[in-house]
Design a protein around this ligand. Structure first.
Ligand code: ZN
Length: 344
């Protein structure tokens, strides 16, 4: 019986040695250490042994079981280590491979245009001013020579919050506020960019919310020719050095005289095409000399001071510059539209 156990031990140990996978090792475990295995079988015959022999054989059987189990454990550990090492070797990161591209954002087209215009005017000595979007009737209309009941108010029908508070219809109130704060103590040279609101029905060229940039220059001896020079520089900066401008008489309650500025059509170079409606010119902005009453209300003596003002829509500038055909593209945040204008 002793020899039998020792032979089984050798047999099992060599099977363990031969096993090349953990699964095979599992089969060996069941075969030799299971309840139906040969060692259990041998121990069943212990009843035939003498009382002196039983403990010796019992101990030997336990040793044999322990030896086989230990050998299996060691083999299993070795296999797992080898497997891990193999995996580590195979899964080494190749740092020379190109990485996954990361989507890079950029400023919104409208933001870029506003910043481009701001940069130009800062270069011409203007400061950038901002003001509230919820405005009083006084600053939005009255201080700009638009008293209650003035027919020109109808053109700027807006969203009223109370009788006296409304969403501003233009950025002009920022000019009125700035002049009012200074009270004629010094000249003013500023632009005010920002969002404005009108009760318009949205379509390809109208939106109930849009952007404006207005400019104001008040000083002694500011003349119409200064206005023309600034607007000419603006037109050439935004649309190309070969653009011409022309000023047409117009009406705004807060300027006198008032003008509309056109630039020569860059598509046909003034010949006349569908973009300029056969006129050779494209309307860009409104401007004029500040109305003496507006100066007076803001604390400037109109006999001593004069000034010019202008107002434009950056959406319109961007649409003309880049051929955008619908103003709503600016607000719907379609990435396919926006990423065409990301500068590297
Ligand atoms: Zn044209």
């Amino acid at each position: 019986m002793k020899e039998q156990l020792q032979a089984l031990e050798q047999e099992a140990l060599s099977k363990v040695e031969e096993a090349s996978t953990i699964k095979e090792l599992q089969v060996v475990r069941v075969a030799y250490l299971g309840k139906k295995g040969p060692i259990t079988e041998v121990l069943r015959g212990m009843g035939k042994l003498s009382p002196e022999e039983r403990p010796i054989i019992g101990e030997l059987a336990n040793t044999v079981r322990a030896n086989i189990a230990n050998a299996m454990e060691e083999k299993k550990d070795a296999m797992e280590r080898a497997e891990l090492e193999k995996q580590l070797a195979e899964e080494q990161i190749d740092v020379t491979l190109p990485g996954r591209p990361v989507a890079v954002g950029g400023p919104h087209l409208l933001t870029s245009i506003v910043e481009e215009i701001e940069d130009l005017f800062i270069g011409l000595g203007f400061e950038v001013r901002e003001g509230p979007e919820v405005e009083t009737d006084y600053y939005n209309f009255e201080a700009l020579n638009l008293p209650k009941g003035h027919p020109a108010r109808d053109m700027q029908d807006s969203f009223y919050i109370t009788e006296d508070l409304l969403m501003r219809t233009h950025t002009s109130p920022v000019q009125a506020r700035t002049m009012n704060a200074i009270q004629g103590a010094r000249p003013v040279k500023m632009i005010c960019p920002g969002k404005v609101y009108r009760r318009d029905t949205d379509d390809a060229t109208h939106s109930h919310q849009f952007t404006q940039i207005e400019g104001l220059y008040v000083d002694k001896n500011v003349r119409m020719s200064d206005l023309k020079g600034v607007l000419d520089r603006f037109a050439k900066h935004m649309f190309g050095e070969d653009r011409e401008i022309r000023l047409r008489p117009s009406f705004f309650p807060f300027t006198e005289p008032s003008v509309e500025m056109d630039i020569s059509c860059k598509v046909c170079n003034g010949e006349g095409c569908s973009v300029c409606k056969k006129t050779g010119w494209i309307e860009i902005l409104g401007a004029g000399m500040v109305h003496p009453r507006v100066l007076e209300m803001a604390g400037y003596d109109p006999n001593e001071y004069s000034g010019f003002a202008f107002g434009m829509g950056p959406e319109r500038i961007a649409m003309l510059k880049y051929g955008v055909d619908d103003i709503r593209h600016f607000y719907t945040n379609d990435v396919r539209f926006l990423k065409q204008y990301h500068q590297a």
